[in-house]
Design a protein around this ligand. Sequence first.
Ligand code: HAM
Length: 358
Amino acid sequence: PLGEQSDVVLKEMYTFTDRNEDELTLRPEYTTPMIRAAISNGLLNNLPAKFFGTGQMFRRERPQKGRYRQFNQINFENFGSDDSFADVEIINLASQLLKKILPKKSISLNINTLGNRENLQDYKKILSKYFKDNQNSLSSESVSKIDSNPLRILDSKNIQDKEIVLKCPKLIELISKKDLNSYEEIKVCLKDLDITIFEDLNLVRGLDYYCHTVFEFKSNEIGSQDTLIGGGRYNGLINKLGGKDIPGIGWAAGIERLMLLMNDSPTTPEDIHLAIQDPTLKKHAIKIHDYLIKNNLSVYWNYKYNIKKSLSLASEKKAKFIVIIGEEENIENNYILKNLYNGEQKIVKFEEILDYIK
Ligand code: HAM
């Protein structure tokens, strides 16, 4: 189902015989195993059914930054709905996740529609003919794909190929009005949700099970392996794997690629520092620490520092406040709260700390 002629199946699977002479393959992706698991455990009786999973995948690719032979994916699938809003919901889920974990990064969403399976089959024939007519101008790698997988030529990175691809017939011309209307609806809804989309008519994705909506979220900060999340619709796949004719849509994110971007984000400094006059006051400090964190504030406390060292660290780290716990103040359950922007200092009770900070 991944496609006999897809790169994953042709070149990238780790297949071997184990001690029992059983032939094993390490999973290169998660969608098909998840479908098999759903079918064999009777999880497709109440639809739509939504699943997620994380785990290791294996592909024998040429390793480079962002591309590994063993990597982790987080995967979301929605089985059982061919409504356009399932497409919007799952794409929005990806967008929300990226905004949450990478709030400062600029990430683009490329989207395309492949039409239904017949459109895709017809298009492959049209493309093969077009590329055959132009084969003298194509790279040898692309020439080798003309008959087997002409769609893969569309995202060739070779400059000569790109020129030929630019003028090739477009799939969109074969797609029915009804399907184009649903696709239009998806794009409008995504824009309404403030998601910026970039329509890429040559986006086909590497696995063969896709039809209709396909999408990729990309970053321009991690080099050539720039796709963070890839996914799309795969109506017909569940049926092909032995289940009922149930539509589906989903995506997978590459965890290592997300981490490349996360590591690179500057960490935000803690807003509030704590300082103690004497080690005997640690148990008071940890209570304040706990209280502020429970109230969603970011707090830093170096257990070993005295007040002087804590104060200089707080100003070096540009903290907003420092709470000083001194012996005298503590007898009355009072603390010194210093505003590090304007130098103002107040004596506050435990219950008042939050109000003053806010
Ligand atoms: P995929 O585009 O092959 O799609 O992979 C999804 C994501 O996994 C990529 O965007 C990338 O972040 C990460 N990834 C892929 N290969 C590697 C690698 N060698 N090293 C590091 N990260 C990698 C799928 O796997 C589909 N099953 C996604 C899907 C789910 N479609 C529908 N539902």
